[in-house]
Design a binder for this molecule. Structure first.
Ligand code: ATP
Ligand code: MG
Length: 394
């Protein structure tokens, strides 16, 4: 059996709500490892996952995707006897040395005060035992290349430098939001960022077939699939928006087309959000990234909706966004060449500083209500990303 220890990070700041947050984390983890043979145990604010050797890769993948943990480490456990603990320190030291580490220190924590060595004693004796066994290894208390951690609890646990967790809060502790998910780089990152604050994420994709291709829709679905691995499933609503786009193209001054389209998307998304009980809308807008995202145009875009519109990327530059997209695994899909919005509908000279009153008047003239309602009724819903395909075996 392999054993993993999880560190909780921000959850520990939750005071009176901590138990509730931990409960959600445990529920999420249970769902994510279901069927692998892994088991979860929690004691004293620590979570442990044990699993058969053949499920190690899957367990590590789950821990890498789990939102709400600061870190995790593969751990040895042994009896609470000094000689067993020192032997485990040596074994862990050998593993780290073989991985190429040349300096280490020992960190020790002892919640069981009956253990004969105190934490200072564990650090000294553990260090000596490792040095005796591995003369090439050096102690460096200030900048060690690796750390051997010893925790004396109901058992003794010994582990090396831990892996970074995804941090944030467990999905399901902050309600659900509806993400306007295009096939681009930004919106999946926006969804992930809100998920990492505990929000469950559903998505809506506005499709303008045949002006945008079936491949563009498949791309949005694939992105929802990747996002769904973090969110414990994302439902993607595909809404056919061609009639709305055509009406805007034919009935509005060309420079306004994109802003009016974004207004229609927001209005439609809000209607959908109310039906599925999402508490907010989420978009991938980033200030001044493109013409439709100047602060004036953003004011126009949201002027007809009442639900909060969350824009977690608003202050991020493209490099930061791309870095996150790579980290969560959406980047390669996002840059596939199928556009989610057709050049036919994009004005050559878009308005840069729209005025919400003017935008509202133009929008009213288009009388989009019926078209938006029809689009919504004709939408289709697909569940994406959970359980993951390779995990469900189909
Ligand atoms: P992205 O990379 O997310 O496509 P972008 O920089 O291309 O963003 P825009 O095309 O101006 O920006 O879109 C701004 C936001 O509007 C997107 O981040 C997304 O939230 C939403 N959006 C745009 N097009 C669609 C669409 N076809 N379906 C759903 N949402 C969309
Ligand atoms: Mg886009």
């Amino acid at each position: 059996m392999a054993l993993y220890l999880l560190k909780l990070g921000e959850l520990t700041l939750k005071g009176g709500n901590r138990a509730e947050f931990e409960g959600v984390l445990k529920r999420n983890l249970t769902a994510m490892i279901r069927g692998s043979g892994a088991r979860i145990a929690s004691t004293d604010g620590r979570f442990f996952v044990s699993c058969p050797r053949e499920a190690e890769a899957r367990t590590e993948q789950v821990l890498d995707r789990l939102l709400g943990i600061a870190g995790w480490a593969k751990t040895r456990s042994c009896e609470k006897k000094p000689e067993a603990v020192l032997a485990a320190c040596v074994a862990e030291g050998k593993r780290l040395y073989e991985e190429g580490s040349r300096s280490f220190k020992i960190e020790a924590r002892r919640t069981d005060k009956a253990f004969p060595l105190d934490s200072y004693g564990i650090r000294c004796e553990g260090g000596n035992a490792v040095l005796d066994a591995l003369p090439g290894f050096r102690v460096d208390v200030h900048e060690p290349q690796s750390v051997i951690n010893v925790e004396i609890r109901e058992k003794a646990y010994i582990y090396g430098t831990s892996h970074e967790g995804r941090k944030g809060l467990p999905v399901g502790t902050a309600g659900r939001g509806l993400l306007l998910l295009s096939g681009g780089i930004d919106s999946p990152v926006a969804g992930y960022m809100m998920a990492s604050r505990g929000m469950g994420i559903d998505g809506v994709y506005f499709h303008a077939y045949p002006y945008t291709s079936e491949e563009a829709r498949q791309k949005a679905l694939r992105l929802a699939e990747i996002l769904g691995a973090y969110t414990l499933g994302t439902r993607l609503y595909t809404v056919g928006f061609t009639p709305v786009q055509v009406r805007i193209k034919e009935g509005a001054p060309q420079p306004w087309a994109t802003v009016l389209l974004r207004m229609a998307m927001m209005e439609c998304a809000e209607k959908l959000a109310r039906r599925i009980r999402a508490k907010c809308l989420i978009s991938g807008e980033s200030l001044s990234q493109v013409a439709s995202q100047t602060i004036e145009n953003i004011s126009c875009t949201e002027s007809r909706v009442c639900l909060p519109v969350l824009r977690p990327l608003i202050g991020m530059d493209k490099d930061q966004i791309i870095k996150t997209a790579r980290n969560i695994g959406t980047y390669e899909t996002s840059i596939l060449p199928y556009e989610d919005c057709c050049v036919l509908f994009s004005p050559l000279h878009p308005v840069l500083r729209g005025n919400p009153a003017e935008a509202g008047a133009l929008y009213e003239q288009l009388q989009l209500d019926g078209l938006i309602e029809d689009a919504l009724c004709g939408g289709i819903m697909e569940k994406c990303g959970f359980p993951a395909r390779e995990e469900s075996g189909g």
